[in-house]
Design a protein around this ligand. Structure first.
Ligand code: ATP
Length: 220
């Protein structure tokens, strides 16, 4: 048995729908950091943003299908089981209550999301519950504010392999993202074009079978 603490990556998103950009990013991080598991956590959205045709249940079902045969990638539906929008800090508290204090939790954030951190609910407390793994991309153009720079300077761990303990540090991993987004996929479907090879075949089948994102709908 390994003496290393269990390492769990957390990857949130609306996944509307999940696509190969999400899946490759998740798999590459899981492999690079030898994660025991990486949880994809679909987020609930304010009701006014939910498209009539694509429910939270459908988004969840597509993520489940996408990772069904990948042992390291697992789906965590806790945010969808809540009756209201979850703040990330609450999701982390719920995970800690379930997994205990020893497990190493790595919250994956894109660089843009990281730069917006100071607007998050109880953002300074996040590191009490997890490490933050920032996905750096070559085309990123956001700038962190001074408050975040200071926070980063105090908590930075330059080597993602050297993260210690259950949480408390911020580290970076370079990733060349695939040029695909859910917005692009919804746009293609809205205009009756194929999204083949942009999503796993099982997701494509689910979209077809359930008539999601109909061609007459406006891309959101
Ligand atoms: P939308 O186009 O609807 O905004 P999206 O494709 O960006 O959706 P989200 O569900 O909003 O997907 O994103 C979930 C997470 O996946 C975010 O952290 C986002 O930065 C990341 N992500 C999205 N697309 C890619 C990609 N092509 N490569 C790597 N990461 C991605």
């Amino acid at each position: 048995m390994s003496s290393l603490p269990t390492r769990i990556g957390l990857f949130g998103g609306t996944f509307d729908p999940v696509h190969i950009g999400h899946l490759r990013a998740a798999l590459e991080v899981a492999e690079a950091l030898a994660l025991d598991e990486l949880r994809l956590i679909p987020s609930a959205r304010p009701p006014h943003r939910e498209a009539p045709s694509v429910s939270a249940e459908d988004r969840l079902a597509m993520v489940r299908l996408a990772v069904a045969d990948v042992a390291t990638l697992v789906v965590d539906d806790r945010e969808l089981r809540r009756t209201r929008h979850s703040y990330t800090i609450e999701t982390l508290e719920s995970l800690r209550a379930e997994l205990g204090d020893e497990v190493q939790l790595l919250l994956m954030l894109g660089w843009d999301a990281f730069c917006g951190l100071p607007s998050w609910h109880r953002w300074r407390e996040l590191l009490e519950l997890c490490h933050i793994l920032v996905l750096q991309r070559p085309d990123a153009d956001s700038e962190p504010c001074q408050e975040l720079r200071d926070f980063l300077a105090a908590r930075s761990q330059p080597d993602p392999q050297a993260l210690k303990g259950p949480g408390g540090q911020i580290t970076f991993i370079w990733q060349n993202p695939l040029a695909v987004s859910a917005t692009q996929i919804r746009g293609l479907l809205a205009t009756g074009k194929s999204i083949r090879f942009l999503v796993p075949d099982a997701v494509l089948d689910y979209i077809r079978t359930h008539g999601l994102y109909p061609a007459s709908s406006e891309p959101r």
